[in-house]
Design a protein around this ligand. Sequence first.
Ligand SMILES: [Zn+2]
Length: 349
Amino acid sequence: MKSGLSRRGFLRAFSGRAAGGGLALAAATATTEAAANPSEARSLPLTAAGLPGSSKTFFNPQRVLLWESTRKEIREALSAGHLKAAIVPTGATEQHNEHLSLIADTAQATLIAQQAALNLYPKAIVSTPCPIGYSPYHMARKGTLTLSKETFLAYVFEVVKCLKAHGFKTIFILNGHGGNHRPLRDSMDQWRKELNITLEADSYASAYKDEELSTFLESYRKLRDGEYKTIDQQSALSHASENETSIMLAAYPHLVRPVTMQAYDEAALEYESNLSQDVLEYLEPFTKEGWPKGKNPENARDRARQEQALLATREKGARLIDIATRSLTDRLEKMIQATEQGLPWPPKD
Ligand SMILES: [Zn+2]
């Protein structure tokens, strides 16, 4: 890294000194430490003063965040030709089982965008994240906020349009929430035509291959080895489970709560009865002919996710962040080159 700030060091700065790998332990430690010393609460923004000491020259990692910059800084970086690309993180404010904060998807996309921008410094900047996405199917769980698909897409498009107006010709929309993925991908051809810039949208999770994940994530190994017998276990992997929980433990331990399966079961959660008409309207497109036997099939999957989340560790999270960051860095570098050479995007083979 040109900055002299290693990714590992940066991650350490984010994750603080929370000890231990396990979900319950690390989260509890983080909570205690933050309470004991509020100035060490680990959340964005992280100030340069919070970085580990070293003889190397650090720059403030917040400098790659558009919303922390001033107009003077943006203007001068653009006019000097240093700043070439913007990353727009998109996420969600939605339920992530019993243990993760609602902002998890937004936080993860923003983190990986920031890591890649640091790798590419001073060529890339992270735009203000879009913190609510398309999550109607999670509305039965309290706290979830959702936009309609149209509103979400209009919002993201207008952010990208502003960035283009300021002179950004290379823009990557980095998504952190599954429900946003297809709508964004399906919009690319049209948006590229309208904006005539080097534009890409993809989820950070696209960088992960099941085969690679199965070498260090227990849930993916169990899937590979056929140890998950139920469809709920097999399909629980992508949301609030081992991978997302590991990333959150590594980067934002204060956004992870301790949880046990005993507490989960004692809460006797179910999401098919006592739902208000307002909530049912959000769910209606997904229940179609109604749930089989009146049961919401998401309930069993919810429990499987909770079990898989207990496999999470900070170390696994650091690896996941590293894979996604390297992928985004490489792709953005290629996009910047395409823009500079006047080549089409996506490349025509
Ligand atoms: Zn998520």
